[in-house]
Design a protein around this ligand. Structure first.
Ligand code: AMP
Ligand code: MG
Length: 290
């Protein structure tokens, strides 16, 4: 699949400068991609139905990106191919005081739906090694001295290990975690910010703090590479998806979703012996009604 070339499973390092933010390199045609995306949404719905009926495995999709990369609109689009009954979308904002008084995975684990379902996380525990690391927020945490005494680098290396362990734990318990980074160029982010400012339907999404984060753009890119390298595994891969054109992002994400669904157990439960005879009996009974 086309998305494979954007996949990181720990076997090769991630160099975002070498990866495109747009569709040019892939030589695709927009009209064709739109058709394929529409077909993917149909296939996605069928696979999700089987995942739900099967019930042995759950899927967690994590979307991470800088502002205006299209996390919300990607989720909206993917959701249009899924049955809401088997999906739980959670947006992780700045932790509140209750969340901050727990370990950083507490709120995440609470948001995990039962097996057979799909979780979509709009941001996640990866914020705890991204925005927290950029702004040194760990310094303000109410935690015992032993957790911070090794210094900043040790603190975040430790968190990377905790994230790897958590994702292994989920895998061993029947959940697959797939991480998607929407790779937006700095130039396109500027265009989208300007559009947000000018458009009355979008200006509520913009705030001055978005500019403050943009000032750290290069630092974030570097950190994303580090985080991807530290946490990409065969079982829980990362995808660094070009995000400058939404039509292409949506297509690639739909491919990633379908690929993950196919890997999960998705067999309709087989009725036990005798149950088919029971069904036939019921049919006869219903037909005899009129
Ligand atoms: P938005 O997704 O635009 O609604 O913004 C949510 C904000 O919450 C972003 O600025 C995130 O960086 C921030 N956020 C999410 N999780 C955390 C976290 N664990 N620690 C600090 N800030 C966070
Ligand atoms: Mg925002």
């Amino acid at each position: 699949m086309k998305a494979d070339r954007y996949c990181f499973d720990g076997s090769t390092p991630c160099d975002l400068h070498k990866l495109p933010c747009d569709a040019k390199r892939d030589g695709v045609e927009k009209a064709q991609i739109l058709e394929k995306t529409a077909a993917n949404l149909v296939e996605m719905a069928a696979l999700q139905d089987a995942l739900y009926a099967d019930g042995r495995e759950g899927l967690v999709f994590i979307l991470q990106a800088l502002d205006a990369a299209g996390k919300d609109s990607t989720i909206k689009h993917v959701m249009s191919g899924l049955n809401p009954q088997g999906v739980r979308v959670t947006s992780f904002k700045q932790p509140n005081s209750e969340e901050l008084s727990h370990d950083f995975l507490w709120r995440i684990h609470k948001a995990l739906p039962p097996r057979g379902s799909i979780a979509i996380f709009n941001r996640s525990y990866y914020e705890d090694v991204l925005v927290v690391q950029v702004h040194d927020l760990q310094k303000g945490y109410k935690m015992p001295p032993r957790t911070l005494k090794g210094g900043k680098e040790a603190f975040f290396q430790n968190r990377y290990a905790q994230i790897r362990h958590y994702e292994d734990y989920l895998y061993d318990n029947g959940y697959r975690v797939v991480k998607i980074f929407l790779h937006l160029s700095k130039k396109e982010q500027k265009m989208r910010f300007l559009e947000r400012i000018d458009n009355p339907a979008k200006n509520w999404k913009f705030s001055r703090s978005d500019l403050a984060e943009r000032a750290h753009f290069d630092e974030y890119m570097h950190l994303f590479e580090e985080v991807i390298d530290a946490t990409a595994t065969k079982q829980s891969p990362w995808y660094a998806i070009p995000a400058d054109q939404k039509w292409y992002t949506r297509y690639l994400v739909s491919e990633v979703v379908i690929d993950a669904l196919r890997r999960c157990c998705h067999e309709y439960p087989k009725l036990p012996e005798g149950a088919l005879d029971e069904l036939k009996d019921c049919r006869t009974w219903l037909e005899a009604e009129d």
